[in-house]
Design a protein around this ligand. Sequence first.
Ligand code: F6R
Length: 609
Amino acid sequence: MCGIFGCILKKGRAAPLIREALKRLEYRGYDSAGIATIHGGKLYVKKDAGKIDEIHRRLDLDDMPGRIGIGHTRWATHGAPSQENAHPHGDCKWEVAVVHNGIIENFDELKKELMERGHEFKSKTDTEVIPHLIEEGLKNGLNLEEAVIEAVRRLEGSFAIAVISTKEPDKIVCARKESPLVVGIGEDGMYCASDVPAFLPITRRMVVLDDWEVAVLTEDSYKVVNALTEEEVIKEERHVDWSPELAMKGGYDHFMLKEIMEQPEALKNTLRISDFYYDLLAASLIKAERRFLVACGTSYHACVAASYIFSKVAKMHVEPVIASEFVQRYGEVVDERTAVLAVSQSGETADTLVAVRYAKRKGADILGITNVMGSSLCRISSVYVGQSSGPEIGVAATKTYTGQLLALTKIAIKVARRKGLIDEKGEKELLEELSKAPEEVRKVIEKTKERIKELAVKYHNRKSFCFLGRGVHVATAMEGRLKLLEISYIPSIAYPAGESKHGFIAVVEPGYPVVFIIPPPDDETFDDVLSNIIEMKSRGADIIAVVPESALEKVKDFVDDPIVVPDVPKLVEPIAFIVPLQLFAYYVSVAKGYDPDKPRNLAKSVTVK
Ligand code: F6R
């Protein structure tokens, strides 16, 4: 998730306005930024790694001439944060400049094709193919609008782009597919941006572009065409009355809710990551004799889930370990035949880095999954996957957890294929199953949100909760409990359901809330989970449960408050079934009057041991 902005003014200079707009978009990404303007037939570009204010101090971003320009604040997906990977990107002669938010899935083949035709590339980004494609169109006699249309038709994946060119210095052409893009209509000029907050202080009149729409902006007009039909589209203008704060949260009350809701989109982005990295990671895991998954907090829960998935899908033993315990627990068995796959949203968690640095010193192969490209974990890993979930601002991890689960499951499928446990067709089937995750999560949210709001009001004053699950849903229970605990401050516990009778059951008294994650009736753990529910129910517990539709009939007599979810493919279950528990934690926190985005004593990135 990056932020893009473009403006074409009737008078004055574009650069200071672009810089301020990028600052308001920084919540969408902040590892590098840049601006391009046109003046006197010449393109001016300033860009660098770092946050906008730092770059501005170094390069004086305001000091760029021209009434027209585009800008970008980046959340790296392809290529580490660096000067050359920062946007805008240009064609061979810097006559075209492009900013882009999204992921171009077929950039590899487009890049090869363009290089064969003599194009020179300066960055490692997927974006850079776009200005070169536009350059070819212009060379072939197309105007800028036509060249952009021709270029975007060749792109697979997601994009919101803004383009300027010295060939037509009086327009911005912007286009979108699957990444957001809005056009702002002002008194003093026209604007385009990834998101409304960028131009809120300037104008509240806007038009939201839909997939495959291309907008051509001049200083006092805009026109929208469909890139596929090339027909003009008449758009409805809207007036936004959001405060800047509300706009940043996409109209939601909190970032956490926004991030829960954007999981379908974030999962799509994780699915878009090239198989190449997953294959490399799978190969490294197979080569090793001992394999540890090392992480903290929510990321550790993703590792717990992965240990079940690797065992079932890839017949591979991977040991999930809490990072702060790794050296004490397994330090003596780490050697050059060991692989340590560290999972960290931030890539900067001190406990995780201590563990991997120790393992590296002992010769282990270090692998990584992280949401932050260029993080310490990226630098220390021999291979890593950047999960591309976009920045997560709420302290409680939500969309990055489901992204981690998806990435880990994909690695397990790749291991299975490499080990010959499945053939090409089998791999394709499993990947197809997994690719349903975004849509299933969307359905779960739609089906459960209102119900969970009611349950949160009903239960928010309880003193304690217990979360129980079996199999892979031990991880779902642990994560559901962590979400509730950290943002509502309700002391809670999570157990493998089978273990609950070895101690926890002593705590249960009438009215004690126990949350179960119930699998579908054909799951091998179903009967045992049902027995555990009956044990709790017979002691008077209030049973709340995530229940797939197919199980409802069988469990309804024992569950007081079912949260009914659709049946989803097996591999998608851990991803889909945590979502109602994220929502439950969120609404309980709100019902208690807390700010779920800023839980006390917690930080987004824990960089102390
Ligand atoms: C919980 C949460 C934390 C993090 C933990 C690890 O919602 O966010 O438990 O999961 O601090 O952080 P990363 O994944 O950045 O290493």
